[in-house]
Design a protein. Structure first.
Length: 254
């Protein structure tokens, strides 16, 4: 069984694959100071909830946007899984030409998403990941990673708004009751949801004009379900896209 781990700045999403079938997946908060022992304990406990154990894992691959956690996940593989964990980064065989001035700067999650999106679509496509940042990663018809766009994420924007404006309260992110808010909370919620949806649509339209008007756009990431229903340009929401991309990269590097 294969362990796939996507370490984001806010959440860590991991799952287990039996062949090409996802068996189960979980999310937990990313703590940047976590040690390999702490990560191993979390991994073991969550696996046990589904009747699985560390001994069931005979391979593992990790994508981490938090540099200090990469060696810790390597250590998890060595200490608890008894094998070498593959970490997405420079030197990995992606099967994708990287049209980037310095490929070492590409976030591992962005590369993983691009690989998964192109594998799924089989042609030009755009992946939009709603995480701590919102990233846009277009792929050409020939399967080339073309670069991308990085924009401040939803939660970062909400936190900045309430921290800088003392009179504005924190809100929970869900569907606005109306476009025109009748309370301060409703006004903020409408601004966040429709504001980000409009931003996504504007950027995707510009990307499509550059790489091809028919380029399908796939959304993923923990906050995608809150924004995607209000967009006009997102063709599909795939919350498991990154995990699927990790499995693909694992197969290409065996």
């Amino acid at each position: 069984m294969l362990l796939v781990v996507d370490v984001g700045n806010t959440q860590t999403h991991f799952g287990t694959y039996d062949g090409d079938q996802l068996v189960e997946h979980w999310r937990f908060a990313t703590v940047r100071t976590s040690t390999a022992d702490e990560l191993g304990a979390v991994l073991r406990n969550l696996l046990e909830l589904r009747g699985l154990g560390l001994a069931d894992l005979d391979g593992s691959i990790v994508s981490s946007t938090v540099p200090q956690l990469r060696p810790e996940w390597r250590a998890v593989g060595q200490r608890y899984l008894r094998h070498e964990t593959l970490v997405v980064g420079p030197g990995i065989r992606s099967g994708m030409a990287l049209r980037y001035d310095n490929p070492r700067e590409i976030g591992p999650d962005r590369l993983v998403n691009a690989v998964a999106a192109y594998e799924k679509v089989g042609g030009p496509c755009i992946c939009v990941d709603f995480g701590t940042a919102i990233t846009y990663d277009p792929v050409s018809a020939d399967g080339e990673y073309l670069g991308g766009i990085i924009f401040p994420g939803v939660e970062i924007s909400m936190e900045a708004l309430t921290e800088r404006a003392a009179a504005l309260p924190k809100i929970e992110l869900h569907e606005p009751r109306t476009l025109i808010g009748k309370t301060t909370v409703d006004a903020i919620r409408s601004g966040i949801v429709y504001g980000f949806a409009g931003t996504v649509d504007a950027i995707v339209r510009r990307l499509r004009a550059e790489i091809g008007e028919d380029a399908p756009t796939i959304a993923t990431g923990g906050l995608a379900p809150a924004i995607v229903p209000f967009t006009e340009t997102i063709d599909e929401l795939d919350e498991l896209l990154t995990l699927r991309g990790l499995r693909i990269l694992w197969e290409r590097n065996r």
